[in-house]
Design a protein around this ligand. Structure first.
Ligand SMILES: C=Cc1c(C(=O)O)[nH]c(=O)[nH]c1=O
Length: 308
């Protein structure tokens, strides 16, 4: 059974990645990921031009069927993560970047273009927890404008992290924008934005910022994640890879993501619950399913979801 996958020309021994934001903010956490077996590649916490504290605690809360977070984009700053990918990385790494404004995104990517970094970068267009800031990728015209300006100067590998969409026309619209640009990949989905959890005993919310509203992850978002992977795979140019993120707790969930068209699959909330050993368990479960079905490689079933 062969779990190997391709990350923009680099062969990975496993199609699994961490979801950006989970265990990837500090040098210690990034080194842990580099030493995690069955994690084929890794993604950094989205970096902003300046380091950020993020929102006040509590800002992450574990739920029976997933998680809710309003982290507020805490990160050590773009310079730290650029240094990491240039000097420290030992495992294929995607540099995730975010911006509080389109202008900041342009500034950051112009610096990256001028840097020695030649590896893959992922522009996060979907952070739901910056107070007062919209999730950019829900504004199709604004997304088009930002990507148009970025690709007027950026020539290195670049993908985007998308929020979940819930309307087939929105899949059409975002795909029409993305297909205009030489993107390496889309990573879908980011958390389902602005959910709310109520602690009935305490009669109160469970996270502090934004009155308790926060991004949802974990098993509860799997159907939305699968729909977004499938819809975007059906609509995007073949040259644009699809990284599936959202709702993975088992090997079967990874199989489903790949069946829907995912080239690689990220796992976040489950790692927060179970630790980095999750990747070994998931790889074994995926191999068992493939053996049972007689599949030798991921290409044997990728994108081959059957309709009725
Ligand atoms: C980059 C900020 C994000 C955050 C955050 O730092 O609050 N949480 C998410 O679920 N997704 C994000 O994209």
């Amino acid at each position: 059974i062969d779990l190997s996958a391709d990350l923009f020309g680099q062969t990975l021994t496993s199609p699994l990645l961490n979801a950006s934001g989970v265990h990837c903010q500090t040098k210690e956490e990034l080194n842990d990921l580099a030493n995690t077996s069955n994690l084929g590649a890794m993604v950094t916490k989205s970096a902003t031009l300046q380091a950020r504290e993020g929102n006040p605690n509590p800002r992450y809360y574990d739920l029976e069927n997933g998680s809710i977070n309003s982290m507020g984009l805490p990160n050590l700053g773009y310079d730290f993560y650029l240094d990491y990918v240039l000097q420290e990385q030992t495992k294929p790494t995607i540099l995730s970047v975010a911006a509080l404004s389109a202008a900041d995104a342009i500034t950051l990517l112009k610096d990256l273009q001028a840097s020695d970094y030649q590896g893959p970068t992922e522009l996060n267009l979907s952070c739901p927890n910056i107070v007062g800031e919209p999730q950019l990728a829900y504004d199709f015209e604004a997304t088009d404008r930002v990507l148009s300006e970025v690709f007027s100067f950026y020539t290195k590998p670049l993908g985007v992290k998308l929020p979940p969409y819930f309307d087939l026309v929105h899949f059409d619209k975002i795909a029409a924008v993305l297909n205009k640009y030489p993107l390496t990949h889309v990573n879908t989905i980011n958390s389902i934005g602005n959910g709310l959890w109520v602690d009935v005993d305490q009669e109160q919310v469970v996270t502090k910022a934004k009155g308790g509203f926060g991004g949802l992850g974990g098993t509860m978002v799997l159907p939305t994640a699968l729909a977004n992977v499938r819809a975007l795979r059906q609509r995007l140019n073949d040259s644009i890879k699809v990284l599936g993120t959202g709702g993975v707790t088992s090997g079967a969930d990874i199989f489903a993501h790949i069946l829907c068209g995912a080239d690689l699959v990220s796992v976040g909330t489950q790692v927060m619950k179970e630790g980095l050993g999750t990747y070994d368990r998931l790889a074994e479960e995926l191999k068992a399913i493939m053996a049972e079905k007689g599949y030798q490689s991921l290409a044997d079933f990728r994108g081959k979801l059957k309709e009725l």
